[in-house]
Structures are given as structure tokens and as C-alpha cells.
Ligand binder design. Sequence first.
Ligand code: HC0
Length: 573
Amino acid sequence: TIKLKINGIEVTAPKGSTILEAARLAHMEIPTLCFLKEINEIGACRVCIAELKNGKLVTSCVYPAEEGMEVFTNTPKVMDSRKKTIQLLLSNHNRSCLSCVRSGHCELQELAHELGVEDEAYYDGEKTSSEIDTSATHMIRDNSKCILCRRCVAVCGEVQGIGVIGANNRGFATEIGSAFGMGLGETSCVSCGQCIAVCPTGALQEKDNTDQVFEAIADPKKHVIVQTAPAVRAGLGEEFGLPIGTNVEGKMAAALRRLGFDRVFDTDFSADLTIMEEAHEFLQRVKNGGVLPMITSCSPGWVKYCEHYFPDMTEHLSTCKSPQQMFGAIAKSYYAEKMGIDPREIVSVSVMPCTAKKFEIGRDDEDAAGVPDVDISITTRELARMIKKARIRFLDLPDEGFDEPLGLGSGAGVIFGATGGVMEAALRTAVETLTGEELPKLDFTEVRGTAGIKEAVYHAAGMDIKVAVASGLGNARELLERVKSGEADYHLIEIMGCPGGCVNGGGQPQQPGYIRNTVDIRSLRARVLYDSDKSNTIRKSHENPAIRELYETFLGEPGSERAHHLLHTSYVK
Ligand code: HC0
């Protein structure tokens, strides 16, 4: 360790720490804009400036803390420098803050407020010209609000290994975009939305579909139903000031009812259905010498990635639709029949922690009843916006439950939202099916946790089932390369497009850089799902009575012709 003084306070820090890290150890936060730990350590924005004893200003996010050093983080000189930096950023910034989607939780706005930048037009002059890029299905880029922090570039390139965005031009004309000025929609972007999750301002946002939802609800001829993904209940509360890792399932159901949805359902139900079909498909592949390893197909960012970047591996993908799509297909067939409603009158809305789901609803072969399985997909953030716009007092709401019959999910269904959850849910059903015996222990802990790649071997019915789990597309690539080279011989693989799984999806509430850098957001949100699993009286998909009834009265067996028609899909090479 080393000892140094920060603002006159003696601090002991591990050798190799930066000034920023050392200050944090003494509970003195230095503001940052561009810095993302291990992802974007470029010292570019110059907001994290600190003053050395000799009066020199240094960027604390990259400047090493040294033995005996004396540093000051809040002198007038430091504050003045930060203020000028923010003024300069604002002089070339679209300051339509009143209506900006990030107003109230914009990192730039917060700094301007803290530093007392009352003269944001101080350096006004020429503005870098830009056009809003609306070419992608799931998001828009408005570079008039971009501060060139490059957090989006780093997460796309370094974490996801995709790299479809970068800096174009130089100097004052610099802007973030795709090669040759192409629209994002023309690139091999997979719609994961991780760039939006890390953007400090309103430059990046999902395409907002909330008006369509409000309109559908207001149309008396429409029967509007909603499903909520497992991870939404673990994130939504953050939009209302609750601590990260608060389960708001009950309030969420209550809010959806107050927004006017005719039925409030749960994607956990169709996650269970996915397990029934996926476990069956897996066991068939094992028995009949089908393509192995089989890889899960419920994360649309991952599926698109596989199609774009590993087209020779699409046969490994399970043919199962994602739970979102299975839900839609069942809603417009089984449920419509049960209710005596024309499927064309049903508007099927999904609330997802994901931006790629907006892309998934428009894929080919996702319209089993002759109409789209899902009509509108909104993110967790959009749902929060709807609740706020409708002035529903979220925090005061009672806890309510989901409606029948598509609202009942097992513990296996809810853990889908965390990396390893689909694998664990599948194993609970596949192993019991293989052995015909009840599992002594339901927790497959080896596949839990936020490690990028996890492996395990389970012994069942005389067979070693080798499994692997990856989350984040950089990790997915690494795992796929191992499979391709023959180095690994797994039977079953779970891949989720976002690091940590859906709890950390691109549609979840945005947390500012300093929280991202210091709090294990993924684990806190995942714990909500594992706790929910533990407290559920039904913990296996095949024991969900609503699923049993669906098979008994409508689908027949897993893998039946009807199940195939409704619940399975195909891929593009
Ligand atoms: Fe997920 Fe899903 S678990 S992808 O992360 O499989 O988005 O939460 O809804 O569809 O269930 C997202 C989350 C889902 C789906 C489910 C799967």
C-alpha cells in the first residue's frame, strides 16, 4: 500500500491506485463523465481534474496516486477548471433540457447544476452540425446531445466485441457514428442497447413506443394485454428512487392495471413454457444425434449476433422462440380462443429490460396466429415514463398480483432474467425428465453469479451433461471459438447478449458512471430474482399448473405439431 494526503486527509490506498480510486477510499468522490472502470479509462473529458501540491492540474481517473503525494480535489482552481469544461461542453450542446428524456438524471445536467453553471451560453459560437439517426429499429442517436465521452464506443467495442460505432472526423467536426457515416440500422449492430445504458446524456435513447400503447389502451375496440419480463421487476423501482435490488413486482402489476391494460400477465409464465419446449428439444437432440451443443435462443441480441457473426452456427440455436414471443403466440391462440376474442382485436404489449426485443417482434416467422405474436415492445425505462406521465403514485401503490391464466410463473421462470438462469431452469426440468426422479437439490449454483463464462458438468441417468453459460457478446465469442475449435465439447450452452443477463439489459434504468464504477448492479438485481425463486412454492417449470393445463387442453405434448407451429421459429444464415 501507499500513503498520501487528499484534501489534508491521510489516505492509505493499494499500490497502483489512481487518484480517483484513492479519493474514493476516503469517501471523497471526484466527478467523472467519460470514465468507466476497465472499459473506458481515457482521461478525455477532464471533469475529474485534481490539483497537485505544486499547482498542477491532473486527470485523476488515470493519474497514479503515489507515496507521499498531496492532492486537492475541491480547490477554487479545480472547481473553476471543471466549470469551464462544462461550459465548453454546453456551448456545443443541444440544451433542450426541459423536454429531454434524460432531464433529471442526466450526468451533464447534474454537473452543471452542482458547479453552478448559470451561464451555459458563455462560450456559445458555432455548433457541430448533426442529424438524428433513426435508421435502427430499436434506438435513435442524437449527436447534438453527445459529449464525445466515448462510453458507447467502448462498451460496443470492448465489452460486446461488436465495434460498429466510433469517432468520425477530427477536431471540432468529430462525431460518434458508424463507418462512412452509415446509419446504425445499416450496420451489423445487434440492438443490445448497451450503448444507451452507459450514455451519460440524452444522445442515445430507445425508440419510444409509449404513445402507441396509450392509444391502444384508449381504443375501446381493442383488448390490450401486457406481459412483463422477469428482470423488469428487479429494475423498475430504481426509476422511482428505490435502492438497486428492490423487487417491485406487486407495485408494477398495480401500476399496469391503473394504466388501463385489460389483463396484466407475466413473461415468467412463458419462460416456463420455453423450458418445456427447450428441454424436450435438448433431450431429443441428445437421443437422436442432433446438433450439439444446443444453444439457447431467447436473447434476441445474441440470436442476431449469431446470425451476423457466426452464421455457420445457427443450427446450434434452439428453434424455440423466446418467452416474449411464445407468450404472444399463446395469447393470440389459446387465450383468444378461451376468451372468445378475435386475435386481431388483441394488442399484445411486452415490457422488457431489452431494446433488441423491439427488433425481435418484427422478425420473420414470429406471427403464429397470422398476426404478430407481440405488437409493441417497450423497455423498463419506457414503462417508468408511462407511469410518471399518468401520474400514478408508484411508491404508494399496493402490491397486486398478475391475472390468470397467463400470469402464473414458477421460480424457474423468474431466474431467466439473470445469467445462468435459463440453464438452471432447463436443468431442473431436463434432469427430472431424464431420470424420472425428483431432484434432491434444485439449486444449480455452479451456473449462478456474474462471471462472463461459467462451466459445469452434471451427472444424470448415466450421462455427463456438460454445460456452459456466457453473458455479454465478447464472452459469447470466446466460448463459441472454443466450441468451433473442438477445444470444448459441451451439450448445452446458455448465451445472453448483455453482460450479467437481462437484469443488466440495454432497456433497464440507467445508472450514472460513479454507480456503475462502484456498485455491482448486476448481482443486486439478480438477487431479487433468486430470492423470488426461493420463495415461490412452484420452482420447476413442469410443475406450473397453468403450463400443465395449457398442454393438457391445447398443445398436447412438448414438441407436438401445434407446439411447433406456435412456439418454434427459424433463423437467417
Ligand atoms: Fe429476458 Fe427472456 S429472460 S430474454 O433476459 O429467455 O429481455 O428479463 O424477458 O423473452 O423470460 C429479456 C429478461 C426476458 C424472454 C424471458 C428469455
